[in-house]
Design a protein around this ligand. Structure first.
Ligand code: SAM
Length: 250
């Protein structure tokens, strides 16, 4: 009996070792592929040259080129902003330059659960998980009563390796961003956010139609074709009844 038990224990240990080694190999392989892809990616090089913190800047630049959602003078919130390339683009586009010099300055507020190093012209809220009430209150306080023209969300959960679970998690982040956008956006304002395509996306699009006049799906060239990532632009916020101070609704 004892012999059998120790044999089973040995088998379990060697199986665990095999799984551990297999996982190490998978991680090594995927980090090698990541390195190769980064080296041959023209957007990585362009981001370095143009001083953007990462290649994602070109996704927003391209989507803005098509839709003109970023204009001088706008108030913009950037959710899941670290390392900060979308915030850099938002600051550039909402602040006047050249012929727009007479237009008012924009306001950009960026938040992430990770560190965001300072970006001139933006208010940064680092190391704060947006799924907490404290984070929502902090953003609302920083807005100082100003209504928001545009909410951006490039938030993405850390990959668990289980695709369906990750897709569900990003949908959770999208609904959280939508609820917040509905609280702070002015009537007519816009909401641009990232999803990973999946069975929940059509339901999300239907929910968006209750709050926004126009829904567009965008897949910029800078978004890798093999990625299920796509962006949804919801335009023309219809407005909701918001709670007044003291808990009444108005
Ligand atoms: C793809 S990155 C954003 C890149 C950014 N748009 C840029 O251009 O630099 C996704 C970010 O979402 C953030 N994120 C995910 N869940 C979050 C949460 N609950 N609260 C705040 N940030 C979150 C991650 O920390 C990560 O930095």
């Amino acid at each position: 009996m004892n012999l059998l038990r120790s044999r089973i224990q040995r088998e379990i240990i060697s199986f665990s070792r095999m799984c551990f080694l297999h996982n190490c190999y998978k991680r090594f392989k995927s980090s090698q592929q990541w390195l190769i892809r980064q080296r041959s990616d023209p957007y990585v090089e362009k981001a370095k040259i143009q001083n953007y913190r990462c290649r994602s800047a070109f996704k927003l630049l391209e989507m803005n080129e098509k839709t003109n959602i970023l204009q001088p003078g706008l108030t913009v919130i950037d959710l899941g902003a670290s390392p900060g390339s979308w915030t850099q683009v938002a600051v550039q586009k909402t602040n006047s330059s050249g012929v727009d010099l007479l237009k008012p300055k924009g306001t950009v507020l960026a938040i992430d659960k990770l560190q965001i190093y300072p970006i001139e012209g933006a208010t940064i809220i680092s190391n704060m998980d947006f799924s907490t009430i404290e984070a929502h209150n902090k953003v609302i306080t920083s807005l100082n009563g100003r209504e928001v023209d545009l909410v951006l969300s490039d938030m993405a959960p850390s990959a668990s390796g289980i695709r369906e679970l990750d897709k569900d998690r990003i949908i959770g982040l999208c609904y959280m961003a939508l609820r917040f956008a509905a609280l702070v956006t002015r009537v007519g304002g816009n909401f641009l956010f990232k999803v990973w395509d999946g069975k929940e996306v059509p339901i999300l699009e239907m929910d968006l139609e209750r709050f926004y006049k126009n829904i567009k799906i965008l897949k910029p060239n800078a978004s890798r074709s093999e990625s299920s990532e796509k962006f949804i632009l919801a335009q023309g916020f219809k407005g909701i009844q918001r709670p007044l101070e003291g808990g009444r609704w108005g």
